[in-house]
Every structure is written in C-alpha cells, then in structure tokens.
Design a binder for this molecule. Structure first.
Ligand code: NAD
Length: 489
C-alpha cells in the first residue's frame, strides 16, 4: 500500500481503521493498509499551515512555480505507461482510457504551468491623481482536495495543478476506492522539487479522514469532486469556519438528437457518450432524447450495438469496456434496473450480468438500454453512474429543451442537428455547464468545467480554475498623505 506523505516524509498510516483496495476485474486485493489517525490528520494540516504561513512556496516567483509544474508534466510523460497500468488495475477502465487520462493530466499541468505567471492583477483608475490603486490576486492558503474514484488521477490534477500554480499548500484526501495513482502523482511532485509541507496526502475514507479535514479551523478551502449528498455534507461542515468550498457534483446529462442528424454518427456517439468507462462518468450521456421520426430506428440500432460491446480485463487489447468499480456500485445499478422494470420501462438491451465464465469474479454488468421511459421514473431522474441508457422521445424543439432542462442537475448536455440556427438556440437554452453541439464528451484544460444547479458551485480548468485558489486584494496607495480634517476639534 502507498505510504502517506506528511511534512515531506513518507510514513505508514497509524490509525485503527483498515482499508482494502480491490482490482474490480477479479476482486483481488491490490493493497491494504491502516488509515490516517487523528494525530496524522492534525500533523498534515499543521505542515500545510506552516508551509503556507512561513515557507517559501507562496512567496516563490510565479514563473518558478510554473517551471516546477512543467517538470511534473515531463515526469508524467516519463512514467506514463506505469501510471496508466496502475490506473487500469485500480479502476477497471481500459488501458487506452487510462493512457488518455495520463495525457490529459500532463496537459493540465502544462496549461497551469503557462498560466502561473500571466496574472498581473489590475490597475484601477480611481480618478484621483495622488492614488495608485491595484487589485491583486494572492494564494488562498491551506486547501483540502478531495477526489472521487472514477477519474482519480485526472480529477486530482484539476485541483493540484491550479492550487500549486497559485501558490497554495494542500492536504490531499484521495478517494479510498481507487487511491493508487494519487500517491504516484505525489511522488512525482516530490521528485519535481515541491518543498516539504506544501503537498501532503493522507489515506482514508470520507468519515475517518475526509470529514475532520472539512471541519478543520486551520483549513481555508475545500475543493471537492464527488456525489451530491457528500457535497451537501461538506458545505454544511464548512459553515462553522466559513471556508471557501468548491464542489463538482453529479450529472444527469441529456443527449438530444434531432431527426435531421446523421444516423450512423449519432448511434456511434450516443454509445460512447454513455458506455465509456462503464457509464461511471459524471458527464455520461445517460438520457438520450430523440425526435419522433428517428426514435424507433435509433432505439433498435443502439440496442443491437450495445449488446455487442466487448467486456473484459482493461489490460487486454480487445476490451471495449471494463467492470464497475465495486460490488456496491454494481448493486446500485441492479437496483436501478429493478426499479426501471417495476416502473414500466421497456428493456432493449442488457439488464443482467454477463454470462462469460472469465467475467464472474469481477463487478461486471452488461450495457443496458431502456426505451419508452418518462421523467417520473427513478432511472430517468437520478444519476445512475453506471452502464444504463434511457431513451425518451420528443416532437418539437420546445419539448426537447424542456426535457433537457427537466433535471435537478446541470453538468453537461448535447444537441445533434444539421440546422445550425436550431443548434445555437438549443445550446443557449440548456441550463448546463457544458453544452456540446454535434459532439459529446470532449473538454480542454483551457475551457472551464463545472455545473449549473445541483451539479456544483465552482469551476475547474481555464482561468477560473486558477481563480478558485486565489484571494483577491485591493491595494490603495495614497502617494501624498495629508490630514483629512474630518474631525476638527
Ligand atoms: P463520493 O461523494 O462518495 O466520494 C467522493 C470523495 O469524498 C471520496 O474521497 C470520499 O472518501 C469523500 N467523502 C465521503 N464522505 C465525506 C465527508 N463526509 N467529508 C469529506 N469527504 C467525504 O463520490 P464517489 O462515489 O467517489 O464519486 C462519484 C460521484 O462523483 C458521482 O456523483 C459523480 O457524478 C461525481 N463526479 C463529478 C465530477 C464532476 O466533474 N462534476 C467528476 C467525477 C465524478
């Protein structure tokens, strides 16, 4: 099991609670360990506090911070294959996906390396000749970074890279389900020369380690990616000390198809949108919303293609989709399927575990398609976070927009149409943080990512992703001070 990193030292966790990390392909134990003790949690926060209050990092020239991030990117390139292999073992995703993740993480470090020294603040014209007024951005302080299990390394990079670029110190609480590559990243940060105490990482679950960190009075900010209920708990926990909290939560993302779209392209993209990484993607296109003339043909073809998706070991060449991450996650999916049956949805594909003998040990579930669903059904309302696609039908543009917005979430959505005017109207009307037109899924480090409504309250990536980790200060400099003579006695 990876050791913890506190104040520049690697140590074995000393807490009582134990943790097992499993390979979801065959349920074998990849690692086991104790979890961080209350004393270690305290030590990590203290180390980050001291590194912020008196250490060199927040006072290091921004260009030097950027140079360090660039070294991390180079190390990621060097270790790409090994990191990708471990990510696949830990999450079950295919090696192809894990390699893309490492490339994306590298790009994120390079982006914030470049951005680190570009923020010069702003000069304000006060209209008073004797005043020099400027607005500057400063590092925020001690940040607690908490990540989910589906994209453990990628989600961590969206936090660590801007937090470091801005000059903060941090305590990382990675997911306890798939934590291995997070520790590999911290080893690379150490190798790249991050000063002791700037980055600390603890091992443990949400209750034992996450919750105490979110309540800690010496922590200035919590950046969290994960489920809605946990996000709500973290916002409540932070209230006592008025921390800044940024939460990236779930999604129930509409994929809207107008009948003038190219049939083959839409079928192909709709499958990838929802079944990539066995549907365990916050932006999964789990709600396919199809215009009437195309509906029946599209449902039939998607069902046929979904039934042919090759499940297997993520390390094997021909595998198109791996298992779910855990027994608990599969049980949740089976519960959703039972509820869809009970509520009258029409099963088109899947709806069961695979039959192949070699897949029996792992947490596999067949890609599943339900048609003729409606908004009242649980499987349409709630985030399933697994390989379930539901298909709804619509006739008019207004109906499509209403369906696309009829969710408490607002993370992402897509519209497919050959009519560019309609594409722009629908994209403008959708209340989601990312909208794709004739595409589904791509993102770049230069553009912000985050949710409307209950999908979150902050933004990661882009310049806003850096601002999340900065304080804003107005400096007013009176160059010719003189008595104001307000009080005359
Ligand atoms: P989760 O909420 O169960 O756990 C996320 C993290 O929070 C873990 O590290 C966990 O240990 C920690 N945690 C749990 N309880 C805590 C508490 N009380 N205090 C502090 N930390 C606590 O989420 P998950 O199951 O790991 O991930 C799946 C969820 O993440 C899905 O809802 C998915 O949509 C969401 N997600 C969102 C994005 C996005 O960009 N919006 C990206 C990836 C995943």
């Amino acid at each position: 099991m990876p050791e913890q990193y506190i104040a520049g030292r690697w140590t074995e966790p000393a807490g009582d609670a134990r943790l097992e990390v499993l390979n979801p392909f065959d349920a074998s134990v990849l690692a086991e360990s104790a979890q961080a003790s209350p004393d270690e949690i305290e030590a990590a926060v203290r180390a980050a506090r001291e590194a912020f209050d008196t250490g060199p990092w927040p006072r290091t020239p921004a260009a030097e911070r950027g140079a360090l991030l660039r070294r991390v990117a180079d190390l990621l390139v060097r270790d790409k294959e090994e990191i990708a292999r471990v990510e696949t073992l830990d999450t079950g995703k295919t090696l192809v996906e894990s390699r893309i993740d490492v490339d994306d993480v590298t790009a994120v470090f390079r982006y914030y390396a470049d951005l680190a020294d570009k923020d010069a603040g702003r000069i304000v014209d006060t209209g008073q000749a004797h005043v020099r007024s400027r607005v500057v951005h400063e590092p925020l302080g001690v940040c607690v970074l908490i990540t989910p299990w589906n994209y453990p390394l990628l989600q961590l990079s969206w936090k660590v890279a801007p937090a470091l670029a801005a000059g903060n110190t941090m305590v990382i609480k990675p997911t306890e389900v798939t934590p291995l590559t997070s520790f590999m990243l911290v080893r690379l940060l150490e190798e790249a020369g991050v000063p002791a105490g700037v980055v600390n990482i603890l091992l443990g679950d949400g209750r034992t380690v996450g919750a105490p960190l979110t309540e800690h009075p010496a922590v200035d900010m919590v950046s969290f990616t994960g489920g809605l209920a946990t996000g709500q708990a973290i916002i409540r926990a932070s209230a006592g000390t008025i921390k800044r909290v940024a939460v990236e939560l779930g999604g129930k993302n509409p994929n809207i198809v107008f009948a003038d779209s190219d049939f083959e392209t839409v079928v192909d993209n709709a499958l990838t949108a929802v079944f990539l990484h066995a549907g365990q993607v916050c932006s999964a296109g789990a709600r396919l919303i199809v215009q009437e003339p195309m509906y029946d043909d599209l449902v039939a073809e998607i069902g046929r293609r979904a039934a042919r998706i090759r499940l297997g070991n993520g390390l094997d060449e021909g595998t198109e989709s791996g298992p779910l991450v855990s027994a608990a996650q599969r049980a949740k999916i089976e519960d959703f399927v039972a509820s869809a049956h009970a509520e009258g949805a029409r099963l088109v594909a899947g709806g069961h575990r695979p039959d192949e003998p070699e897949l029996q040990k792992g947490y596999f579930y067949r890609p599943t398609v339900f048609a003729d669903v409606h908004r009242g059904m649980r499987v349409v309302r709630e985030e399933t976070f697994g390989p379930i696609l539901t298909v709804e039908r619509f006739t008019t543009e207004q109906e499509a927009i209403a369906l696309g917005n009829d969710t408490e979430y607002g993370l992402s959505g897509a519209v497919w149409t050959a009519d560019i005017g309609r594409a722009e109207r629908v994209a403008g009307a959708l209340r989601h943080g990312t909208v794709w037109i004739n595409d589904f899924g791509p993102y770049v480090p230069m553009a912000e990512w985050g949710g409307f409504k209950r999908s979150g309250n902050g933004r990661e990536l882009g310049p806003t992703g850096l601002a999340e980790y900065q304080e804003t200060k107005h400096v007013w400099h009176n160059t010719t001070p003189a008595p104001v003579r307000w009080f005359t006695a």
